[in-house]
Design a protein around this ligand. Sequence first.
Ligand code: AMP
Length: 495
Amino acid sequence: MHFKDLNLIDPLLRAVEAEGYDTPTPIQQQAIPYVLDGRDMIGCAQTGTGKTAAFALPILQLLSKTPAQSQRRNIRALILSPTRELASQIGDNFTSYGRHTGLRAAVIFGGVGQTPQVDALKRGIDILVATPGRLLDLMNQGHIRLNALEIFVLDEADRMLDMGFIHDVRKVLKVLPPRRQNLLFSATMPRDIQELADSFLHNPAKVEVTPQATTVEKIAQSVYFVAKQDKRELLELLLRDKAIRRVLVFSRTKHGANKLAKQLTDGGIRADAIHGNKSQSARERALADFKAGRIRALVATDIAARGIDVDDVTHVINYELPNEPESYVHRIGRTARAGASGIAISFCDSEERAYLRDIERLIRLRVPVVEDHPYASNANAARPPVQERGPRPPRNSSPNGQNSRSSAPNSRSSGSSSRSSSSSSSSTALPSRSVARPGAGSSSSSSSKSSANYESPSTLSLLAESEGGREGGDAPRRRRRRGGGRGGGGQGGQH
Ligand code: AMP
């Protein structure tokens, strides 16, 4: 299938061609016709599947084909995103895909002054990409009117809930005109997301490109049981392998991310940290350095990593396991993007074993254990079989690959040759269902941004806000799956 088979208009076809996109990804193939038809839609898809274009392209088409209600530019499409990085990325994508349409987009998010954002709004825009906090803020100040809104997109809805934005989302929903098209995207579809969807979507079409919460097929996963105090040395040992070219290291706390980045740098490994306490310019610099290969390791917290769109992340290392199992799926999805294969390595200390159990239940797989390493702790003892959690709806894929019981499978070679010869992990546990990936020929959407009609994304990404603050100080709003202990109450908020 080609993009033209999706009945996209010429200005959009030219833009996707310039992006280097050959074939629509599965989520694009499924979603674009529904959105063009004006249907409400639920899309269950992870970042990395091409989901942004799946909604951005048909939105641009709908807006260019139907004339605006008034002479003045009004906000006709609103995209709510949980983080500023993701918002910025979506804004860039709208700019790239829409550069021949004459439509104008702007991005607003917290953490920076509002004046440039307000100026952009005053000049008039058709599409607004926003994080909830700044949106409500500017609405309350009277700078944003949504009475002409035609299309509403809630992106990464599961993340939105996890980050405690549900009340803000509901407030936004209340002020939207009742007649509108609604799209909801989420990597996972737990019951609370379904309930949220039921509350504002009308007879939605459903598209799903990965079985929910199933980890991406191309990612070779493994876990190292290691004592907390040995993690850093294990990391340095692994990083001796030059095949780990571009690695995203996940830390649960901002403080931990800073400390680890410094330790790595002191140890001669080019590294930086990205998290919500960093200024927008520091985040952008770290990301640019990472993309350009000037740093090899980017140490990130979960929230900061949302929206990081770097195609060539060779490895994800979970230095600490997330206490929310869905975060594991999000994290490892940062590798194996745009058709590449990837490797995800997790460190698990004795206090994190419950997290690992939750993750394995969620992904319905036993993550292969690398036992033979100098810092091995005996945490592998007596791992009970993976059992699915009660409330989760059954997965509609084949049972193939479920519950690999072999705790230390050997014989893995593909992709893991980069690790030391002591590595032993398996690909056998991964599900066989095909997973939507953008074609290999993808290029970063930031490749071309010129349009006289668009707000320059580089200017727009200076428009930042407080979601970073929510990562930290306001984090008690954040829903906790596992309350106390590490990462729960103890270091609460230090994400
Ligand atoms: P997303 O899931 O929207 O974050 O997209 C992930 C990556 O895939 C981005 O770098 C996009 O530029 C890229 N991409 C999106 N659609 C396609 C496509 N049809 N072919 C190739 N790459 C794509």
